[in-house]
Write a protein that binds this ligand. Structure first.
Ligand code: DX5
Ligand code: ZN
Length: 216
């Protein structure tokens, strides 16, 4: 099975966002990944709800919204209205993760949970049958263009085993430092979907790069 490719708009040219979204529409990309940062959960601020709404108007692909914000439960309905199809919250940012996941699904979105590089996969055991997706952060969240943390491969394998053991249907998405050189080992470890920011938008031919990631 070919992997799901979710280019991250964090690395797009914000002065030409419509052009870049239309390029993704025409490309082999499966989802559009939107990174929301609040300057608290992560040391960076990216973009917010009006930008998600603007992308929704142009995008012909599902919007995969990754919330790197504290207490994301405050904004579930808002992101649904803005056009999110898949809403991922951080394990580390939720006191009542099960309730938050339930609310995301009740809003009619797919629900994802993300874990930072230091967060053990084992902590997901009691939520794995409730989520549609687990996002393994393979860099410390906050910035595009960072180097893939090799330990992440072991976490993907461990998560794949947990999903199998629990008969869960959760997808595994990997985010951070994904490129041509490591995508094969990431997929072989058990990932279903990969996010790629710098690899796609830093390329002179982003559409060709997406094909390269999908075909490797
Ligand atoms: C990092 C974000 C990523 C980022 C990935 O905090 O969650 O989605 O855009 O960018 P690359 O692929 O450049 O590491
Ligand atoms: Zn992301």
């Amino acid at each position: 099975m070919k992997p799901i490719i979710a280019p991250s708009l964090l690395s797009a040219d914000f002065g030409n966002l419509e052009r870049d979204v239309r390029m993704l529409n025409e490309s082999q990309a499966d989802w559009m990944h939107l990174d929301i940062m609040d300057g608290m959960f992560v040391p960076n601020i990216s973009f917010g709800i009006p930008v998600v709404k603007a992308v929704r108007k142009i995008s012909e692909k599902p919007l995969d919204v990754h919330l790197m914000i504290m207490q994301p439960e405050r904004y579930i309905h808002t992101f649904k209205q803005a056009g999110a199809d898949l809403l991922t919250v951080h394990w580390e940012a939720c006191t009542h993760l099960h309730r938050t996941i339930t609310q995301i699904k009740e809003e009619g979105m797919l629900a994802g949970v993300a874990i930072n590089p230091h967060t053990p996969v084992a902590g997901l055991e009691d939520i794995i049958n409730d989520v549609n997706l687990v996002l393994i952060m393979s860099v410390n969240p906050g910035f595009g263009g960072q180097k893939f943390i090799p330990r992440s491969l072991h976490k993907i394998e461990e998560l794949a085993e947990m999903i199998k053991r629990n008969n869960s249907e959760a997808l595994i998405e990997v985010d951070g430092g994904v490129c041509r050189d490591n995508v094969t080992s990431i997929i072989n470890a058990g990932a279903d979907a990969v996010v790629a920011g710098n690899a796609v938008f830093g390329s002179s031919d982003p559409a060709a790069e997406i094909i390269a990631l999908k075909e490797l």
